[in-house]
Design a binder for this molecule. Structure first.
Ligand code: SF4
Ligand code: SF4
Length: 205
């Protein structure tokens, strides 16, 4: 069957599969996905640093020094700026995994970057790393048509450790509908609605 391509992305069958699942609750997953930090496009990291004063009040005092926030700059042509850098990880004995990304608040397991934007009346995902906003969806190098592939990241150690990102429920729906906001982030709103039309479901957004 021909590959479904929308807004430049090949849509993985995993996203079209119907499953009786709903989004996980933060209280249950404890933001397991934030345990290891994340690779960020260097330009995006610079943007976060330029907004340090906005973000600092949302972190515990010991984590407010911006020079501690990122480490390990690498050349990487898969990132838009050609370079990426990692958010640092710090020990957090209150987290089930024992360590987390420096930006994960121990008090409520929310991302300080997102919390700061929301408190300032800015869009929640304005400064948060793109990879984090999209997760548990991921975009990867594609095959076949050459388009990048949008898929669900469900085959990794994170899922085995309990960051399942979904709970079982009674109503089956296409997986992309569970993650409608993330799908729309990658495909754009029009692309998301096109996918709904293809799957024969009413758009949630
Ligand atoms: S930047 Fe925020 S969302 Fe991304 S891993 Fe760190 S705490 Fe989690
Ligand atoms: S993406 Fe998954 S592991 Fe991360 S906070 Fe959401 S439900 Fe939890």
């Amino acid at each position: 069957m021909a590959e479904l391509v929308i807004a430049g992305y090949a849509i993985d069958d995993k996203l079209l599969a119907r499953k009786p699942i709903r989004r996980c609750r933060l209280e249950a997953c404890q933001a397991a996905c934030c345990s290891d930090g994340v690779w960020v496009d260097h330009a995006q990291a610079e943007r976060i640093l330029a907004h340090a004063a906005l973000i600092q009040p949302f972190l515990p005092e010991a984590r407010r020094d911006p020079s501690q926030w990122f480490a390990e700059l690498h050349e990487d042509p898969t990132f838009p700026s050609g370079r990426c850098i990692g958010t640092t990880t710090v020990a957090d004995p209150t987290h089930p995994n024992g360590s987390t990304c420096i930006f994960l608040r121990p008090s409520d397991r929310r991302c300080a970057i997102q919390a700061a934007c929301l408190a300032a009346g800015r869009p929640a995902w304005e400064l948060k790393p793109y990879y984090c906003c999209l997760f548990p969806l991921v975009d990867e190098e594609g095959e076949g048509s050459g388009a990048r592939r949008l898929t669900l990241d469900d085959e990794n150690d994170l899922f085995r450790r309990g960051g399942g990102c979904y709970e079982l429920c009674a109503e089956a729906q296409p997986v992309f509908q569970v993650y409608a906001e993330e799908t729309a982030l990658a495909l754009g709103l029009e692309g998301y609605r096109q996918l709904c039309q293809h799957a024969g479901v009413a758009p949630r957004l």
